[in-house]
Write a protein that binds this ligand. Sequence first.
Ligand code: SAH
Length: 394
Amino acid sequence: MLFAVAVLVPTPKTRPRVVYGGAGEPSSPVGRKGSRRLLSSLPASELSDLLVRSGGSSSQAQATSAKIVRYVFGSATSSGAMEPVWDEAALHAIGVGAWAFEALLALSPTVSLAIAERAPAQDGAERLLLRAMDGALIETVILPAAGRTTVCLSSQVGCARACTFCETGSLGLTRQLDAGEIVDQVRIARALWGNKSPAIMNVVFMGMGEPFDNLREVARATHVLTDDRGLKFSPSRVTVSTVGVADKIETFYATCRAELAVSLNSIDDEARTRIMPINARFNLGVLRAALERSVPKSHKVLFEYVLIADFNDSLGHADRLASWVSTIPCRVNVIPLNPGPDPSLRSPSPEAVSAFVARLSQHGVTTLVRRPRGREVGGACGQLAGARRNTWPS
Ligand code: SAH
């Protein structure tokens, strides 16, 4: 089935312009079971295309899609955006012509996920268990910090990539999330967060799933999230994290309005393959070559490095890591291992973390430590378990 056709106009080392073509069938069960297609899955350009096919001129369609984006997502800091009134009178009131009513009313403007559980942690983080329309369970985490609040999004139900230290990786993949289900995690987080400060300004695709295995929907979600008439995220504050699916890095930069994070975790091929099966397909050399080729000049990569005691946390490891990343404009996020499914992997001592970070900094690498947030409610990196959580003894 033909889907959104992204026409790329590439310029080497700069971000190609993307023009979305016709909208087609969504890829997840959301729209297939006779339920209405989610409005939140459509970037404004696709909404315009749909309106052109419904009889509007190109300029009418663009103006109407702008009105809809403003109406449905524009007041998203209040819960008003969760259930917008969606009938002919409401559309007429915002200046939509009758010609567009049928196409628009065939879409669903309401949030597609229900809150199944809220798990607030002592440190202010909150893990949300969300239920999709088909019953699938995913998790989203709200992470307040000084100056900004971040929402950590899931891109899939489960994950096929099977990293041994990650709870989600042990679930296997159930299905892809539709772009609307990704965007709706943000709408829910914003509604729950309300007008509290600091506002939700950052989005990271670091929850359940491998975003590059669902790149088309992730790309569309980034377009909806960064529409400055709607949810208004700056593309520089949207980060998509991958295990390192090297052959999709170029497509990522061509289609997503976001920055890239790569989970490196080891710069030794044998060790990395042991904890991240992806490395058998795209080893470190292939990954680095793809990054050197594809990262546009004005962009930096965020490398994530999960620090594991007596595995990858020595000063020698820090030296080799600094050398490995030296050809790519980047920052490094050191993440002390959170307890996960593999009991043989242990968290490093605070001293080992400090020494590792100090060594990287000595090499001139911009390094940050990602302190565990929401650990006691299972909301920290690598702890998101979705449906499995229901089967654990409390
Ligand atoms: N699949 C994507 C995004 C989800 S994981 C990816 O792998 O990048 C987001 C981050 O959490 C990754 O950097 C991953 O390496 C890290 N992570 C996974 N399990 C972890 C754990 N047990 N402790 C600390 N970080 C973990």
